[in-house]
Ligand binder design. Structure first.
Ligand SMILES: Cc1cc2nc3c(=O)[nH]c(=O)nc-3n(C[C@H](O)[C@H](O)[C@H](O)COP(=O)(O)O)c2cc1C
Length: 144
């Protein structure tokens, strides 16, 4: 997606932005999996959320349950990006899934032959996915 520009939004919104917004509308819940860049969320993710946040007051993300998973080579696992993401989700009035944050650190030691092999981390993340699904059942928002 291009960088957000309000002059290119509204009826003139790029096709990929319209498709992105539609895919969010048609979802009961969202999983965001991200690395951490300089203690924050990657710029491309922020840009995507900025597009999703409009039209003002009618964002496809408003009221939508969102689960965040951060992954990093550092042992801190992207925990600072999680805090920043929550701020943005709050602004959009999305609904972060109330659960222990899924923060997967030291990722290099948890991958073998391209596969994620750390069972405790995988189980922890799957538990959070279950909580997201529970939340989606309580407040289904998709209209497909
Ligand atoms: C510009 C840049 C900044 C980064 N800053 C952080 C950081 O603040 N904290 C952290 O844990 N990892 C940081 N990293 C490491 C990223 O988490 C790591 O590159 C990422 O997990 C790799 O994801 P990929 O394999 O999907 O490309 C940074 C990486 C880049 C390129």
């Amino acid at each position: 997606m291009p960088l957000y520009n309000e002059d290119h939004d509204g009826l003139a919104a790029p096709e990929q932005v319209t498709a992105f917004r539609r895919s969010i509308i048609e979802s009961d819940g969202i999983v965001i999996v991200m690395p951490e860049y300089n203690h924050g969320i990657p710029g491309v993710l922020k840009n995507a959320l900025d597009w999703a946040s409009r039209p003002f007051g009618k964002s496809s993300l408003t009221g939508k349950p969102v689960l965040a998973i951060s992954i990093s080579p550092a042992f801190t696992g992207g925990v600072r990006a999680q805090a920043q993401l929550n701020e943005t989700l709050l602004a959009i009035q999305a609904v972060p899934v109330p659960a222990p944050q899924v923060v997967i650190g030291s990722i290099a030691s948890k991958i073998e032959d391209g596969l994620f092999v750390d069972e405790p981390s995988a189980n922890f993340a799957l538990g959070a996915i279950d909580r997201l699904l529970d939340r989606c059942r309580v407040m289904p928002t998709a209209y497909v």
